[in-house]
Design a binder for this molecule. Structure first.
Ligand SMILES: Cc1ncc(C[n+]2csc(CCOP(=O)(O)OP(=O)(O)O)c2C)c(N)n1
Ligand code: SF4
Ligand SMILES: [Mg+2]
Length: 344
């Protein structure tokens, strides 16, 4: 998979995705495919990172804000479109790769993290962002979370947490609050909900943050910070589903509960403080709860952001792995590099 396609060259794509740069358009027989210029390089505006597909989300869906914020973050990070890959599972939220002009993989329900980990290990120079729903991440894909955290591959996981299964029309999810009415809990949800922030802190995630999706600017800053973090980073995004949970009034309810950590004196280097914020069920924290800053392999000035300078793409691809393990130190790095050599 060499990045040899020249700017302006036409390739076949389907549903807004491009095949690998350099892929022969004539050999690509994807049904319903259309020919569009492959967008290479850095975009200047939000629209440059959007595909031609119009979102099919319901009016008022919180995921619209996430789409805007993600595009804004890529503009600010000056990441070339062909050097970013968005990997998702299945769900309303997981449609997001199709709406962007970067690479994308709308994969299998709950399986985005292992796919994204493989991609990042195989192509470490590509910035990989995982987009998931709360069901995708904490229910069917819940088993993958702990391993993504402990492997600490340099990925960013964005969970669009609407507290419901949106795509399949309103069933209870792992983050549905106690007592909430859904299609499958007509007398109120009775299982204790998962607390995503507490869960990721307990797993040992080095970067744990939360955003409220209607605060687009604040969310953009948090996405940028998460993507810059050298190692596995987690951003839970409270992204309402007004169709199946709470109607449009949910925005007003949520706004009144938001607790902006940046203005509350919160110390994100303090694990105990982060845990206390995560466990405080009375507010919705918006900001970075925890950011581990322990120095370790890969924690150089440029680690965590695969490509910030397009000129850096010109030299041959690195042969070593860009794998960050804050916990295992260099032993972990050596093991992974040896494994990679075996399968090369
Ligand atoms: C293996 C598998 N199991 C179940 C489904 C059905 N399914 C598709 S999306 C989904 C849940 C979506 O909820 P969530 O992940 O919270 O995303 P949302 O639609 O709310 O954004 C389910 C159960 C599936 N597609 N594949
Ligand atoms: S069902 Fe809910 S999550 Fe899905 S698009 Fe509609 S509002 Fe958004
Ligand atoms: Mg959901």
């Amino acid at each position: 998979m060499e990045s040899t396609t020249e700017p302006g060259k036409s390739v076949l794509v389907q549903e807004g995705h491009e095949p690998a740069p350099g892929e022969n358009a004539a050999e690509n027989s994807l049904e319903g495919a259309v020919s569009v210029p492959l967008p290479l390089g850095v975009g200047e505006r939000r629209q440059d990172y959007r595909s031609a597909l119009e979102p099919v989300w319901c009016p008022g869906c919180g995921d619209f804000y996430v789409l805007d914020s993600l595009a804004d973050a890529l503009v600010e990070l000056r990441l070339p479109r062909h050097m970013v890959s968005l990997v998702s599972g299945i769900g309303c939220s997981s449609r997001i790769p199709g709406y962007m002009s970067t690479y994308g993989f709308n994969s299998i329900h709950g399986r985005a993290l292992p796919i994204a980990s493989g991609l990042k290990l195989a192509r470490p120079e590509i910035t990989v962002v995982v987009a998931a729903g709360d069901g995708d991440a904490f229910s069917i894909g819940g088993g993958h979370l702990v391993h993504a955290v402990r492997r600490n591959v340099d990925l960013t996981l964005l969970v669009m947490d609407n507290g419901v299964y949106g795509l399949t029309k309103g069933q209870v999810s792992p983050t549905t609050p106690l007592g909430a009415l859904t299609k499958t809990t007509e007398q109120g949800a009775f299982d204790s909900p998962v607390n995503p922030l507490e869960l990721m802190l307990v797993y040992g995630c080095g970067f744990v943050a939360q955003a409220y999706s209607a605060d687009t600017r604040g969310m953009t800053e948090l996405i940028i910070e998460a993507m810059r973090y050298p190692g596995f980073s987690f951003l839970n995004i409270v992204s309402p589903c007004p169709t199946f949970r709470g109607g449009m009034g949910i925005y007003k309810d949520l706004r009144s509960q938001v607790n902006r950590l940046a203005s509350s004196g919160h110390d994100a280097s303090d694990y105990e403080q982060a845990m206390a914020v995560a466990r405080d069920g009375s507010r919705i924290p918006h900001g970075v709860l925890y950011r581990r800053t322990v120095a370790g392999p890969g924690l150089g000035a440029d680690a965590g952001l695969a490509v910030s300078d397009p000129a850096a793409l010109r030299p041959p691809l690195p042969t070593g792995l860009h794998y960050v393990s804050l916990q295992e130190g260099s032993a972990g790095l050596e093991r992974i590099a040896a494994l990679a050599e075996r399968y090369r």
